[in-house]
Design a protein around this ligand. Structure first.
Ligand SMILES: NC(=O)c1ccc[n+]([C@@H]2O[C@H](COP(=O)([O-])OP(=O)(O)OC[C@H]3O[C@@H](n4cnc5c(N)ncnc54)[C@H](OP(=O)(O)O)[C@@H]3O)[C@@H](O)[C@H]2O)c1
Length: 265
């Protein structure tokens, strides 16, 4: 399997390294335009690094587009001639629709994927959608490739990519927001920044692990740890009276609406 990653930035490199780690048979090349980055990639990675499209795309079975969305049109113009119909194009560009990619490359086999930040540690969530011309065997291969950076969830309509963007794509910032609020409160009780981080971070990590290893849903867990008249009950009563759940949902939905708007523009 020959894979060319276009764009050797944060995400491009994340994918190249994750695929390299998970697939013995993957031959990976990176196409990058920044001279400094090219030198760095040559010195620090096991991949073949190119700066000319024609030198690496002809042999690619899969082309992974990891450039910024604003660079998409330019890259499409440069590579369209080299993209033959059997090649699979995987785009992780935020807000660039299947139709835009299909039109730009005149290629039938398109995958639009939306990863998130923890992909860098192999703990990401990626929602993806594939075009009709992709066979079920190829779809399986794509599922494996995208799973190299964490969980990969196939969706069947573009609206769901916007929803994934609003949930897991932007989600890490929501979690940081909640953690930050708790850390600020810890500091008002006199804990140092470092202790506040340890307390909050490990509360999140431990709770996530509990949830991961159990069949109980989140509400059941809340019920289990809340005794009437106790401390947790006091906090949850306060959250509920502020309709915090509705406010979080409203925020997620604002991200969903914005994702739809960006895809249109
Ligand atoms: N970071 C995330 O968590 C995340 C999550 C979901 C989706 N994404 C998507 O992932 C994509 C990449 O994000 P990133 O953070 O990795 O960006 P990045 O670090 O800026 O990497 C993009 C790289 O592509 C290079 N490039 C630009 N035009 C090129 C061309 N014509 N040929 C070859 N290389 C070219 C850029 O070089 P220059 O710097 O010289 O322009 C840069 O090194 C974006 O579309 C983003 O929407 C990211």
């Amino acid at each position: 399997m020959n894979i060319t990653v276009i764009g050797g930035g944060n995400m491009g490199l994340t994918y190249a390294l994750s695929i390299h780690k998970n697939f013995d048979n993957a031959s990976i090349s990176i196409l990058e335009k920044d001279e400094h980055k090219i030198t760095e990639l040559k010195n620090t990675t096991p991949f073949s690094i190119y700066n000319k499209e024609a030198d690496c795309l002809a042999s690619a079975d899969i082309i992974l587009l990891a450039i910024k969305p604003q660079a998409a049109v330019l890259v499409f113009e440069k590579i369209a001639q080299l993209v033959t119909p059997e090649k699979i194009i995987i785009s992780i560009m935020a807000g660039v629709t299947m139709e835009t990619i299909k039109d730009g490359l005149q290629a039938p086999k398109i995958v639009r994927a939306m990863p998130n930040l923890p992909a860098q540690l192999g703990k990401g969530v990626t929602g993806y959608m594939i075009s009709e011309s992709i066979s079920e065997n190829e779809a399986l291969q794509i599922q494996h490739i995208l799973s190299a950076t964490g969980k990969a969830i196939r969706v069947y309509k573009e609206d769901d990519i916007d929803a994934i963007t609003a949930l897991s794509g932007s989600g890490p910032a929501y979690v940081f927001y909640f953690m930050n609020a708790m850390m600020e409160q810890a500091k008002t009780y006199g804990f140092s920044e470092n202790d506040a981080k340890e307390i909050v971070l490990h509360t999140f990590l431990g709770t996530s692990n509990l949830f991961e290893n159990s069949d109980d849903n989140a509400q059941l867990w809340i019920d289990k740890v809340t005794s009437k008249g106790g401390t947790t009950h006091a906090a949850l009563t306060s959250f509920k009276s502020d309709h915090l759940d509705k406010k979080i949902q409203k925020g997620v939905n604002a991200a969903f609406e914005r994702a739809k708007e960006l895809a249109k523009s």
